[in-house]
Design a binder for this molecule. Structure first.
Ligand code: SF4
Length: 295
């Protein structure tokens, strides 16, 4: 089947072929997401998956070693369906040894330890998880569907199973005046969960998000660009787990990347240097232009 748009991949998986095995998202309620509104979650029929594998195989080479599974949260599919897909992939493209894709914290919670171990043995690794924040008030308000405690518990289960993972951090999610609380709580929770990589994205509201209504009604206000930058600085400065940090999404005004702990002080110093030079209006206009944002 044609890949349904929009589909997203993290930077480290940009060179992987994408294979759509599900449509929609099992949750579909996050206030900052309109991708899967009115798209019910379902498995792509196996005949269509096999036809797509054939297409990927036609362009595959000895370097085709990893497949990026798509759909909002493809790992919500039953483990037997996932392993059936892996069998079909490896029968046609035997060089493939690993699989990534988006996964919700609660998709992990719904799998047993044995299932996670099986998925790890089949090459599932470095899955991408929208943890977004470790601050319960922000997670609740945004209807994320998991708590800070869930993030820590499921992160530990993934480590036990041997599945590495990347977290998204959604800067600005707690709203105006609460960036520092969000940063400190999130750094503590993410550090306890132990992702190998953190991708920082700055929340950039649009009219089509459910959040737009809360903004209109005065129940949520966006932080200033300066507050967001200082939130990111506090978050990075407080991270206590070894991991890569990438803050280079289109929505991030000050872009940087580095390793924690080796580059932590350099990243914090870079922000110290650049934050006073930020132009609030220009930064806001840039994000409005790139993402048709409506603050
Ligand atoms: S879990 Fe992800 S895909 Fe699903 S509604 Fe939330 S942000 Fe959107």
């Amino acid at each position: 089947m044609p890949i349904e748009s929009p589909q997203h991949r993290p930077p480290h998986d940009m060179n992987c072929p994408m294979l759509q095995i599900a449509t929609g998202c099992t949750h579909g309620r996050c206030r900052f997401c309109d991708i899967f509104i009115d798209v019910p979650f379902s498995a792509v029929p196996m005949e269509e998956v096999v036809a797509d594998i054939e297409q990927i195989a036609r362009h595959a080479s000895a370097l085709t070693r990893r497949i990026y599974l798509t759909g909002g949260n493809p790992f919500a599919l039953p483990t037997e369906r996932l392993t059936a897909v892996f069998d079909a992939v490896e029968e046609r493209i035997p060089t493939v040894k690993g699989y990534g894709g988006f996964c919700r914290i609660m998709d992990i919670a719904r799998k047993t330890d044995d299932e996670l171990a099986l998925l790890a043995s089949r090459g599932v690794n470095e899955i991408t998880i929208g943890a977004e924040s470790g601050f319960d008030e922000a997670l609740d308000f945004m209807q994320k569907g998991h708590s800070a405690a869930d993030i820590v518990e499921q992160g530990r289960r993934l480590h036990k199973a041997g599945i590495g993972f990347t977290f998204f951090y959604l800067a600005g999610m707690a709203g105006a005046g609460r960036g520092q609380q969000n940063a400190r709580a999130s750094a503590e929770v993410f550090s306890a969960a132990g992702p190998s990589r953190i991708l920082v994205v700055t929340l950039t509201p649009t009219k089509t998000w459910p959040l737009a209504r809360a903004i209109r009604e005065g129940r949520w206000q966006p932080p200033t660009e300066g507050e967001i930058a200082r939130e990111i600085q506090t978050f990075v400065g407080a991270l206590a787990c070894p991991c890569a940090v990438n803050c280079s999404h289109d929505t991030d005004i000050i872009k940087f990347e580095g390793m924690v702990p080796a580059d932590r002080q350099n990243m914090v110093a870079l922000l110290d240097n650049l934050i006073p030079k930020m132009d609030e209006g220009a930064a806001r206009r840039l994000r409005e232009m790139l993402h048709r944002a409506t603050f």
